[in-house]
Design a protein around this ligand. Structure first.
Ligand SMILES: NC(=O)c1ccc[n+]([C@@H]2O[C@H](COP(=O)([O-])OP(=O)(O)OC[C@H]3O[C@@H](n4cnc5c(N)ncnc54)[C@H](OP(=O)(O)O)[C@@H]3O)[C@@H](O)[C@H]2O)c1
Length: 319
């Protein structure tokens, strides 16, 4: 499997990430929602899924200070330690968010002091000396861009992260940030992590072409739109218990349009004709999609992981 998995390189580094990364937002909680801490995968289940992902050839793992209120970072850190993984063999990204509920609160969003403290907190939880990518979880309009970039530049200079990235970013904010870093001769964003899937493709018009032009790694998150692109939700029917939509509907409501539900029906038909399940088709679509460099998958159970295996082994990598 490993030889067949494709890689993407992060500019100005020796980091080669697999085109499929593993998202750890289901560990210890469900994403960044403080009300759902304790509802995510247990440590045991998380470690089993991580073993599967690693043995499958995936080499990059994405977490955030807010996932499970820090539990995701801790669970990932203990997994690396338990398996005695060489640091060079895994690429770890984490994120600082003004919403972080860790040790530090910030009245000013992403102030320099807050960012510099928060990376130390993340590294401690992960039991690591450095991150491969340190992301700003989302732009913070309350903090001047130059202050955020100054803090990130210091993180790079101190060796706390190899690369810096930004998530949930618009083209305008990204362009301004890159320009400021260039003017100051500071470390620049070399990774962007935005939402991208078959139903959410607006970045194709602006952010993705810009990233291509500047050699910025584009990482797509939410490949199955939080599970909607598995076809398991049906219009007018209650969401199954303990599913993403059952727990966090507000985040996904905008996907649930009549037009999207119709598209999902069409996709199901295409998948059916090819004798495959919808998530398999969606993973295949992303893997073949050259406009994105890497995407983050997050199957929550071994059964869900099978879709990824089916997609890659049977439909893509074997060709
Ligand atoms: N930067 C950001 O703001 C941001 C935001 C979101 C995500 N991310 C990153 O991207 C990663 C992936 O995002 P995501 O969790 O939204 O990915 P996703 O693949 O769109 O959704 C994952 C969910 O889909 C469902 N699922 C997966 N495979 C399935 C299958 N075969 N059959 C049925 N259901 C299946 C599961 O839902 P159930 O839980 O309902 O079973 C699972 O929790 C995250 O872990 C995180 O690292 C970043």
């Amino acid at each position: 499997m490993d030889e067949a998995m494709k890689y993407a390189t992060i500019k100005n580094t020796d980091i080669k990430v697999t085109r499929i990364g593993f998202g750890c937002a289901n560990f210890g909680g469900i994403g960044s929602d403080p009300r759902l801490v304790g509802k995510g995968d247990s440590e045991d289940d998380a470690h089993k899924i991580l073993d599967k992902a690693y043995n499958f050839g995936i080499n990059c793992f994405d977490t955030a200070a807010t996932y499970g209120n820090g539990k995701s970072e801790e669970i990932l850190g203990r997994w690396i330690k338990r398996n005695k993984l060489a640091r060079k063999d895994v690429h770890i990204s984490s994120k600082v968010s003004k919403k972080s509920r860790g040790l530090f609160w910030s009245s000013k969003g992403l102030s320099k002091g807050y960012i510099l403290k928060q990376i130390e907190v993340s590294l401690k939880r992960l039991q690591l000396e450095y991150l491969d990518i340190f992301y700003i979880h989302a732009p913070d309009p309350a903090t001047p861009i130059v202050e955020i970039l100054g803090a990130l530049n210091e993180c790079v200079k101190k060796g706390l992260t190899k690369a810096i990235g930004i998530s949930n970013v618009t083209l305008e904010y990204l362009k301004e940030s890159i320009q400021i870093s260039k003017n100051k001769s500071w470390a620049e964003y070399t990774v962007v992590q935005n939402s991208y899937n078959y139903l959410k493709r607006n970045d194709e018009n602006d952010v993705i072409p810009y990233c291509k032009n500047y050699g910025i790694l584009y990482v797509g998150y939410g490949p199955l739109a939080g599970g909607i692109l598995t076809g398991k939700y049906q219009a007018g029917r209650a969401y199954p218990e303990n599913t993403r939509l059952n727990l966090r509907e507000s985040l996904y409501r905008t996907y649930l349009t009549r037009e999207n539900m119709q598209k999902i029906d069409e996709l199901k038909e295409i998948a059916g004709k090819r004798n495959m399940k919808l998530p398999v088709l969606m993973y295949e679509w992303l893997y073949k999609n050259e406009s994105i460099d890497s995407f983050l998958v997050a199957p929550r159970t071994p059964e869900q992981f099978q879709s990824l295996r089916d997609a890659l082994e049977d439909n893509i990598l074997s060709r």
